[in-house]
Design a protein around this ligand. Structure first.
Ligand code: BES
Ligand code: MN
Ligand code: ZN
Length: 498
């Protein structure tokens, strides 16, 4: 999807669909008076009849009796005083989804100035394009075309005041980069496990490296053995699929400035292994590479936007399957870090592959390390599908991540890694065990990782609740959410500015 800028009055916008975002309120905002006149009073009638109230996610489609827009879609932003970047992004998503279902190949999006609540013009350009890309996305590749195929939504036109055009356009550029990364991440997430294997992810990393000139290192099983990645190899020993350890290096900063490292869990299918999962919803475990998708999506954004900093992406990737060669409950393995691990539950595999990655990244002397992983079902119990669970060893970094999440519309909520919880991981036989039992499951996962973090500020994002949706949300397509792409991007762009 592309985007264009229209620095003209609303009534002059010629389009199959003009989406106008409004806050909650009783009257038609004065800024829409001219559009209202040309549209034959259709906006006012929708409002005075009470059919449109401006609530979040509300959308009312109108057919104006005159003017240049074939259709007008009023989209609700919620209470005007609470409007943020995220509400505008969301409204653009709602509009794009409607454009798609209407079969409109393009649409225009405007926000009533009265509803903007001080959101800056660059932010406006950015989030409208992000939201539009998100709402218009669909995965159709593996189905025969329907008899009445809906065309792609090819473009969004951002309508703005001429005085702000330059700034809106600058934000729009960022939005286009983010939308592209978002699209890649969702696509990779959506692909089934028999297509999106560890070597497939490595191939996609290779394509990114070739397209944007990133450094790339890919370790196969033999190379992992040389590296003594005993925990990752323990998970990988049960499957015929070759595991991959993928390292991407983006150098946009000065030669030797310390990179930010992004680590993503890349379990391309998680059956649980010998500690096998129930069959119900097991197919969703193709999404267990969502952290990896977030890293690759972010590299797409980096390649396009080229911010001034260095970033290293690390993806440990394998399947987790039961077999005659699979690792067993009770087995003890030696990690890359050197600590021994008693594997109590082979379904706690994410932490096993991540601990070797967190150990490996020491060689880059990173300024900060963020990992994203669909690590625990328990985070869904704690936070539902609304927030990422964040933990780490550095309060300042955790707050920086939370601020980025807020800007990104990917909110994080902290869980404590107090010493008391370390007890959960005490093993009778090894330095640490990989599962702590029923209580505090997300924290136990975080604490396990912390055992392998040494020498850098680190934050862990448990995205198991936010990586995909079961139902159809109003502003995005059902399924993968590309969670992490926007948060990582906001985090990195802010660091690049500093
Ligand atoms: N990939 C799962 C976590 C998960 C659950 C992701 C639901 C998305 C939705 C992870 O590998 C896992 O199985 N975790 C176990 C850990 C336990 C055995 C300590 C879990 O959450 O049950
Ligand atoms: Mn598992
Ligand atoms: Zn898993």
């Amino acid at each position: 999807m592309t985007s264009t800028l229209l620095a003209v009055p609303l009534a002059q916008v010629e389009t199959p669909l003009l989406a106008v975002a409004l806050g909650q309120g009783s009257a038609l905002p004065p800024s829409l008076a001219e559009l209202e006149r040309s549209a034959g009073g259709v906006l006012g009638r929708a409002i005075t009849s009470g059919d449109f109230k401006g609530k979040r996610d509300e959308a009312v489609l109108l057919y104006p009796s005159g003017g240049k827009a074939q259709r007008i879609l009023l989209v609700g932003l919620g209470k005007s005083a609470e409007v943020t970047r995220s509400s505008i992004r969301r409204a653009a998503g709602v509009a794009a989804k409607r454009a798609r279902s209407l079969g409109a190949t393009q649409f225009a999006f405007a926000i009533a100035p009265e509803a903007r609540n001080g959101v800056a013009p660059t932010d406006l350009g950015q989030v409208i394009v992000e939201g539009a890309g998100q709402g218009a996305w669909a995965f159709t590749e593996l189905k025969a075309a329907p008899e009445d195929p809906k065309p792609e939504v090819e473009a969004v036109a951002v309508v703005c005041d001429a005085k702000e055009a330059t700034q809106v356009a600058a934000g729009q550029k960022i939005g286009e980069g983010v939308a592209a990364g978002h699209q890649l991440a969702r696509y990779l997430q959506m692909l089934p496990g028999n297509v999106c294997t560890p070597s497939y992810l490595a191939d996609r990393a290779k394509q990114l490296a070739a397209a944007f000139g990133f450094g790339l290192t890919v370790l196969d099983r033999a190379a992992m053995q040389k590296e003594a990645m005993g925990a990752l190899l323990a998970v990988a020993q049960g499957t015929q699929q070759e595991p991959r350890f993928i390292v991407l290096e983006y150098r946009g900063g000065g030669g030797d400035t310390a990179p930010v490292a992004l680590v993503g869990k890349g379990v391309t299918f998680d059956s649980g292994g010998i500690s096998i999962k129930p069959a119900q919803n097991m197919e969703d475990m193709k999404f267990d590479m969502s952290g990896a998708a977030a890293v690759l999506g972010t590299f797409e954004v980096l390649g396009r936007l080229k911010p001034r900093l260095n970033v290293t992406g690390v993806i440990p990737s394998t399947e987790n399957l039961p077999s005659g060669t699979a690792v067993k409950p009770g087995d003890v393995v030696k990690s890359h870090f050197g600590k021994t691990i008693e594997i109590i539950n082979t379904d706690a595999e994410g932490r096993l592959i991540l601990c070797d990655a967190l150990s490996y990244v020491r060689k880059f002397k990173p300024a900060a390390v963020l990992d994203a992983a669909t690590l625990t079902g328990a985070v869904v119990v704690a936070l539902g599908h609304v927030a990422i669970g964040v933990m780490g060893n550095d309060e300042v970094l955790i707050n920086e991540v939370r601020d980025a999440g807020e800007r990104a519309g990917e909110r994080c909520w902290p869980l404590p890694l107090w010493d008391d919880y370390r007890e959960l991981l005490k093993s009778d036989i090894a330095d640490v065990k990989n599962s702590g039992g029923r209580g505090a499951g997300t924290i136990a996962g975080g604490w396990f990782l912390r055992e392998f973090v040494n020498g850098f500020p680190w934050a862990h994002l448990d995205i198991a609740g936010t990586a995909y949706t079961d139902g159809e949300p109003p502003h995005q397509t059902k399924g993968p959410t590309a969670i992490g792409v926007r948060l990582f991007t906001e985090f990195l762009l802010k660091r690049a500015e500093a």
